[in-house]
Design a protein around this ligand. Sequence first.
Ligand SMILES: Nc1ncnc2c1ncn2[C@@H]1O[C@H](COP(=O)(O)OP(=O)(O)OP(=O)(O)O)[C@@H](O)[C@H]1O
Ligand SMILES: [Mg+2]
Length: 362
Amino acid sequence: MERFGLVGLPNAGKSSLYNALTGGGALAAPYPFATKDPNIGVAMVPDDRLDRLSEMSKSKKTIHAQVEVVDIGGLVEGASTGEGLGNKFLANIREVDAIVFVLRAFVDDDVVGPSDPLEHLRIVEIELALADLETVEKRLHQTKRAAKLDKSMVAETEALQTAFDHLSEGLPLYRAGLSDDVKETLAPYFLLTNRRVLAVVNVGEDDIDSIPEKEKLVSDEFNNAGDNVEVIGMCIQMEAEAAAIEDPDERKEILEGFGLGEGALFRMVRSAYHLLGLRTYMTTGEQESRAWTFKEGSTAPVCAGRIHGDFQRGFIRAEVINWEELLALGSWNAAKEAGKMRVEGKDYIAQDGDVMEFRFNV
Ligand SMILES: Nc1ncnc2c1ncn2[C@@H]1O[C@H](COP(=O)(O)OP(=O)(O)OP(=O)(O)O)[C@@H](O)[C@H]1O
Ligand SMILES: [Mg+2]
């Protein structure tokens, strides 16, 4: 399962966001370092397309895609050299697929810490870049020596040198405009900044109207990050309160009452999912309708393998139709009879929103 890691200063709202996403019971408290050990939970990826297919098929079960969320302790200036919880927490985020920055913009005198999201961003970025610099420096030292004897080490050495140059200027790698080749060469080092970032700007309850403005403030700051970064503003406190309500209709009412529309959590999970290059295909039937996650560009057999290895090994063909088209036709059988079902082979590149059924033989 893909993992998102929440990163930010103490009291930024990480645990509150974690609770809102996972329904989990992480301690959210108005003092720094409330979180010491990481909380790990599962968040559902909401998808209206799946709900509608499930309704069409009168499915007994509806199973949404899921992602894992990791809530870690707050980081402070000097974390990369051991301040606060120090380097320990950095280890907790090395293995996440995407980093979510939680940047505080709410003002509350009872909750210590700055309320300027740009100050939060500055500290978080410096600490992550410094941690990466340390990793890169150590490794560069070794590969430089090795490259003298072994020419196959040259590309790696060059990639590390490029990373070193950017990081030593305090520039996180997602802002450095690295080529795909360099990025890939660096991938085995699990660098913290060699990946995409979703930044959540956490505004106060009385400040909902300022969300677009705060989003822009932070987006502008990321102007050299290209499409490696997405920014989303929300009031985590209110989103968390709404998310705690079990009844979906009641929750909707509360969100609308707050003036929050469908709520920002759904939007956030979808953005993060998309940012990671993750896509969804669906299966639907009387037993269940289910969303399956695949990496953009995957072939039909790879998608089939998400269900079961045998589906991939013994793949023969896939029957495919776009979800909206299927919905308009009303049922799988109707689509078949109308000749709208496409038969695709092993080279087919799956598309987001495909509904598929696989034929296989093992
Ligand atoms: N948008 C908001 N407006 C007002 N208060 C908020 C908002 N978001 C979070 N808070 C409050 O701020 C405090 C800190 O939140 P939380 O514990 O989630 O932070 P954290 O980032 O997990 O901190 P730590 O790093 O110490 O674990 C909590 O009391 C929480 O209720
Ligand atoms: Mg916390």
